[in-house]
Design a protein around this ligand. Structure first.
Ligand SMILES: Cc1cc2nc3c(=O)[nH]c(=O)nc-3n(C[C@H](O)[C@H](O)[C@H](O)COP(=O)(O)OP(=O)(O)OC[C@H]3O[C@@H](n4cnc5c(N)ncnc54)[C@H](O)[C@@H]3O)c2cc1C
Length: 388
């Protein structure tokens, strides 16, 4: 096998490195990652959600594998008796639908999920009220409840994959890729900020929201842009029943987090690009009223902190783009466009990329529909029901 350079060592880069290393080829893999603390990466700033609640079979299958790996993470990432684990908090997911259009979308995606054996439940208003008595469901017509869904510690997931990959012999170089040299129709070297150059036979770009910048270095365009999303941590007085990760009909999402809750809103009406500012005023105007309406106990909440993270937002269809640059450089690979659901796909993308690179094609989940071809053809691959 040839030398493989992975650009970006967060959840995607470290999962790919781990899966490649598990085949015994760790010595051929090098990961270039500027920040071993992952301060700005999306993964540690994410909600950590893993759901089987998708509207495309590929996404459900990827999350099934993600769930399997994350539930067994301590054992899989064990390094010399030091487990790399966290608890998979199976608190469930809940998508709330209001109005005929949303109900139809919920039913359509629920059918796809149950068709693949996922034990999700379609709840009507009464069943929802009985299951979650603290919730105001007067304006809710239906909901999908995913009892096997939950969330993980995303920072520990990145560090677990990384530590295991290193223990298997993968080299991590602490540096930043600033250019890629191309000749003879192939990407040949990555140029590092420190001034060094690394030669590779295969280059894999998994730099998250910075991925489009890396693509631009070789002239590849992807319909992906950074989209800032604020998350807030808040606490309330008193106690309510354990809440699943709940998505309100307008897009506001919240879930339990330790002694309190986290919540955020994916707003595609803000300018795309990097924006690290936390908009506390928006919490007051756009977010809190929705929370207090849905869960009256949230009326007296106290915000303790907030942070910004960035989706690699796929403007074509919100879905994964994986594979080599069709019509461009045969040895330049990307995995991008994960929008709000990359953490749960990390394990599957690691395995899928390993299959593409070592076997020349998918052996487990067929992700052919998620290749760059649909970008060339301008044919969106939309989720049935709802998007992440
Ligand atoms: C607020 C928020 C909530 C989310 N919630 C969820 C959720 O509940 N469930 C879920 O599944 N997903 C969620 N996501 C999405 C998920 O976090 C991302 O899809 C996933 O982290 C993408 O992983 P990545 O490895 O591609 O990118 P990142 O984690 O962003 O990592 C990219 C890495 O590339 C490195 N890099 C950048 N530039 C260069 C360069 N020039 N050279 C070398 N390396 C470079 C960076 O340092 C970084 O470590 C959420 C995202 C956000 C922002």
């Amino acid at each position: 096998m040839a030398n493989i350079i992975i650009i970006g060592g967060s959840i995607m880069g470290s999962s790919i490195a781990y899966h490649l290393a598990m085949t015994g080829r760790a010595g051929d893999v090098c990961v270039i990652e500027p920040d071993p603390s992952y301060e700005w990466a999306a993964a540690p700033r994410s909600s950590g959600g893993v759901r089987l609640m998708h509207g495309l079979p590929e996404n459900i299958e990827m999350s099934l594998y993600g769930r399997e790996v994350y539930k067994d993470f301590a054992r899989l990432m064990d390094v010399n008796g030091l487990p790399g684990g966290f608890d998979f908090l199976e608190h469930g997911y809940l998508y709330l639908a209001s109005g005929a259009e949303q109900v139809a979308m919920a039913e359509a995606s629920w059918r796809i999920q149950t068709g693949l054996g996922v034990p999700n439940k379609l709840l009507d208003r009464d069943a929802l009220a009985a299951r979650f008595p603290s919730m105001n469901v007067a304006d809710i017509d239906a909901a999908i409840h995913g009892p096997q869904d939950g969330f993980i510690d995303p920072n520990a997931a990145v560090l677990g994959f990384r530590r295991k990959a290193i223990s298997l012999g993968v080299e991590y170089i602490q540096d930043k890729v600033v250019d890629i040299e191309v000749s003879g129709g192939l990407a040949r070297h990555v140029v590092l900020q420190s001034g060094g150059r690394v030669a590779g036979d295969i280059i894999v770009n998994v730099a998250g929201a910075w991925g489009p910048e890396i693509c631009a270095m070789v002239g590849m365009t992807v319909p992906v842009e950074p989209l800032s999303r604020n998350t807030f941590y808040f606490e309330i007085r008193g106690e309510i029943e354990t809440m699943p990760l709940t998505k309100d009909p307008g897009g506001v999402a919240f879930r339990q987090e330790g002694a309190g809750f986290t919540g955020g809103l994916t707003d595609t009406n803000v300018p795309f690009g990097f924006d690290w500012e936390v908009k506390h005023d928006k919490f007051e105007t756009d977010f809190w009223p929705v929370l207090a309406h849905r869960v009256p106990a949230f009326e007296a909440l106290q915000v303790k902190r907030g942070w910004a993270g960035h989706y690699a937002y796929n403007k074509l269809d919100g879905n994964t783009i994986i594979g080599n640059w069709i019509g461009g450089l045969d040895n330049f690979y990307v995995a991008t466009g994960f929008t709000g659901a990359g953490l749960q796909k990390g394990p599957a993308i690691g395995r899928a990329m390993t299959e593409l690179l070592l076997d020349g094609g998918y052996q487990t989940i067929d992700l052919s529909r998620m290749s760059y071809q649909r970008v060339i053809d301008n044919k969106p691959l939309l989720e049935i029901g709802f998007a992440a």
